[in-house]
Ligand binder design. Structure first.
Ligand SMILES: C[S@@+](CC[C@H](N)C(=O)[O-])C[C@H]1O[C@@H](n2cnc3c(N)ncnc32)[C@H](O)[C@@H]1O
Length: 252
């Protein structure tokens, strides 16, 4: 049996963790959760005898040590990350270190904050004749971004974009995007999507910076950009009555 699970906790709403993820947390002996972003209500379902660690104040070495010791004692361990752990989750370094120690692990996906943010707006990233591509990215901070993926370069595609970890640099984000997107391109900034204190600010590239500052949003936010937030698009072929596909014949 597997002892170590990396679990996506979802964006914040405790009902947005998967059933599989919650079942593992309920049974776990050790829970290590990313306390800076994971809603604590999500781990309230844990057994009262379980041991809880908040990784916000731990180093990678300390996290690995807790897992290693737990595995030696045949404990079930839930490592709980925010959103989906495969996006800015820093799980790869944990998985690889554990593998070097002969410890295998499994990842349980979660609802990433970028899709939760689109949901908060009732929007779809991939609209026919508008965009069929979603770019998830960030502005460089203390963590560099490869030059080939600089925001100005990505902006040249004018695709639907979800920008993580960057709202505190909104002026810089806007000036890079404006190199390619029109100044009237719609933008939405969603802070703490799905939490009770979720905030949404909507505007266009030319005025979003002021709106974000007025709303005092400087962390835990998604910046969604692109014409998918606008009102023009074509209808899908999938439900087009004159279009046949594997599951439906076109109506004459
Ligand atoms: C370290 S990354 C983790 C992302 C996470 N793995 C995910 O899939 O959403 C943290 C960043 O994700 C975004 N984020 C996380 N939770 C959020 C939420 N509930 N609403 C909006 N943005 C969120 C913010 O940009 C934040 O700075």
């Amino acid at each position: 049996m597997n002892n170590v699970y990396f679990i996506g906790a979802g964006p914040g709403d405790p009902d947005l963790i998967t059933v599989k993820g919650r079942n593992i947390i309920e049974k776990s002996d050790i829970i290590i959760y990313a306390g800076s972003l994971v809603n604590k209500e999500i781990i309230e379902c844990r057994r009262k005898e379980s041991t809880l660690y908040n990784s916000a104040s731990m180093t990678l070495e300390e996290v690995i040590k807790v897992i290693e010791e737990g595995v030696k004692e045949d404990k079930l361990i839930a490592r709980v990350h925010t959103g989906d752990p495969s996006i800015y989750g820093a799980i790869r370094e944990q998985i690889d270190w554990l593998e070097d120690l002969g410890i295998s692990s499994k990842v349980i996906p979660g609802v990433s904050s970028f899709v939760a943010s689109a949901a908060a707006l009732n929007k779809e990233f991939t609209l026919p004749d508008i965009s069929q591509t979603v770019i998830c990215t960030r502005l460089e901070g203390r963590t560099p971004v490869p030059e080939s993926e600089s925001l100005d370069k990505l902006a040249s595609h004018k695709a639907s974009m979800a920008i993580f970890l960057s709202v505190h640099m909104i002026d810089n984000v806007v000036s890079r995007l404006m190199k390619h997107y029109d100044k009237d391109t719609p933008v939405a900034v969603i802070q703490k999507a799905t939490w009770d204190d979720q905030k949404i600010v909507q505007g266009k590239l030319s005025n979003i910076s002021d709106k974000v500052k007025e709303a005092n949003i400087n962390k835990t936010a998604q910046i969604l950009v692109g014409d998918f937030l606008g009102d023009k698009y074509s209808l899908s072929k999938l439900y087009d009555a004159s279009f046949s596909h594997g599951y439906r014949k076109a109506k004459k």
